[in-house]
Ligand binder design. Structure first.
Ligand code: BEZ
Ligand code: FE2
Length: 404
């Protein structure tokens, strides 16, 4: 047993003072330091630095590690030039992205307080580094393929990857999971089979969804920049599905819809009615010029995620939250900061089906400690100051073990 104290503990939506946490792998009790010491006299005692806030460990719900080598290869500013550049540079970027490159980024995430992440995997090449990562990893095996000629082959390859991620060492913190690439790139027959598989196994499910205006134009009107793309690479000018058909494929099992920047009110209301949630990637959306997700009017919960280094400059959620404060410049900043903290903790844990993301008895003892540069003069601004003033976590715990 360990007992940790700090000036503030973020628990149940408030910043508790004069409290401590007793924990093993899970949180056992929250009380005063003295009361916990009386109860657990042999516990290891940990006193945090002044002005420290203990947050639940941050959870990055959507990241592509396999693109970690990208810095200046991919084109930003609009979706289709970016996707073209992904196809042109893909082989080289994947080749440059060896285990050491991915390990470096996993460690960067750890230092920025990330104790869990959802890794989207196209080929399964990240499995080894994710097995060795200290974090909890929801390993999203991604299904892609709109051409019915190859659909069965791609599905079988996907199923093998899903199985491989299911048979990992018990010591690793991997949860196997299912990712659908996007409405335009997955044939409805294999899409439905994969969703059924996720439901049968009760494992997390995610999909990219209406990221760009171009995607909407293609699915709705068979027009726009996707038309030339599909004619060039797939010799077709017909999308494989409609927005409506795609959404309904997820009606019977809750999923994490990534981006949804171009989803309309009716679609979002439908997603909300089926218990889905959104992953919001502010910097990725800005860099690819796809628009701003209107988080102020979302009828369903959202988490905040970095996406991959294919469309970002870091995998830090502290960086991401700072960017979100700027992107959503019309929203009241203190309340926005607080909702961002919830988006990377409790909301993210629910989206990835993790028993973490809250400082509450029975939850995983995953903590990100952020140390403010000076004493906060009001509770109302603690979330904002935490986001603005910390580039790194001062300590990080996962399953009760200290890693930073
Ligand atoms: C497809 O298989 O349809 C696809 C793959 C990659 C990007 C876009 C579409
Ligand atoms: Fe993504």
């Amino acid at each position: 047993m360990k007992i940790i104290t700090a000036d503030y503990i973020y628990s149940g939506g408030v910043y508790l003072q004069n409290r401590a946490i007793a924990f093993g792998e899970k949180i056992e009790e929250i009380d005063t330091f003295e009361a916990l010491l009386d109860k657990y006299p042999d516990a290891e005692r940990i006193k945090s630095a002044p002005y420290t806030v203990i947050y639940p460990g941050f959870i990055n719900t959507h990241v592509h590690l396999e693109f970690s080598a990208n810095r200046t290869s991919l084109r930003y500013g609009a979706f289709m030039p970016w996707l073209d550049s992904v196809i042109a540079n893909r082989d080289e970027l994947l080749q440059e992205c060896d285990n050491s490159v991915m390990e470096h980024e996993i460690n960067e995430m750890l230092n920025s307080g990330i104790t869990s992440f959802g890794a989207i995997s196209s080929f399964g090449t990240e499995l080894e580094v994710c097995e060795n990562a200290p974090q909890r990893v929801v390993f999203f095996n991604e299904l892609i393929g709109s051409n019915p000629m190859y659909a069965d082959m791609l599905y079988n390859d996907w199923l093998e990857r899903l199985e491989a991620s299911t048979q990992t060492e018990p010591s690793s913190r991997i949860t196997p999971a299912v990712a659908i690439h996007a409405p335009y790139s997955v044939h409805p027959v294999i899409l439905q089979k994969a969703v059924t598989e996720a439901k049968k196994r009760k494992i997390p499910l995610t999909t990219h969804f209406l990221e760009s205006q171009a995607e909407r134009e293609w699915l709705e009107k068979r027009e726009g920049t996707f038309k030339a793309f599909f004619e060039k690479y797939f010799n077709t000018s017909t999308p494989v599905t409609t927005v409506e058909e795609f959404i309904h494929a997820f009606d019977h099992y809750p999923a994490l819809f990534v981006h949804a920047v171009q989803a309309n009110k009716e679609e979002l209301d439908h997603l909300a009615s089926k218990g889905h949630s959104i992953a919001h990637c502010p910097r990725s959306n800005r860099y690819l010029g796809v628009g701003r997700l209107k988080i102020e009017s979302l009828p369903l919960p959202f988490s905040v995620a970095t996406d991959g280094l294919s469309s970002n400059d870091s995998l830090s959620l502290l960086d991401e939250m700072r960017a979100a404060l700027m992107l959503h410049h019309d929203l009241e900043i203190k309340r926005l900061a607080q909702s961002l903290i919830d988006a990377v903790t409790i909301k993210a844990a629910r989206a990835l089906q993790l028993d973490a993301g809250e400082i509450k008895v029975g939850k995983a003892a995953d903590f990100a400690l952020l140390t403010l540069p000076d004493i906060p003069q009001s509770d109302e601004e603690i979330a904002l100051w935490s986001i603005l003033h910390t580039k790194k976590a001062s300590s990080v715990y996962i399953a009760g073990e200290q890693y930073v």
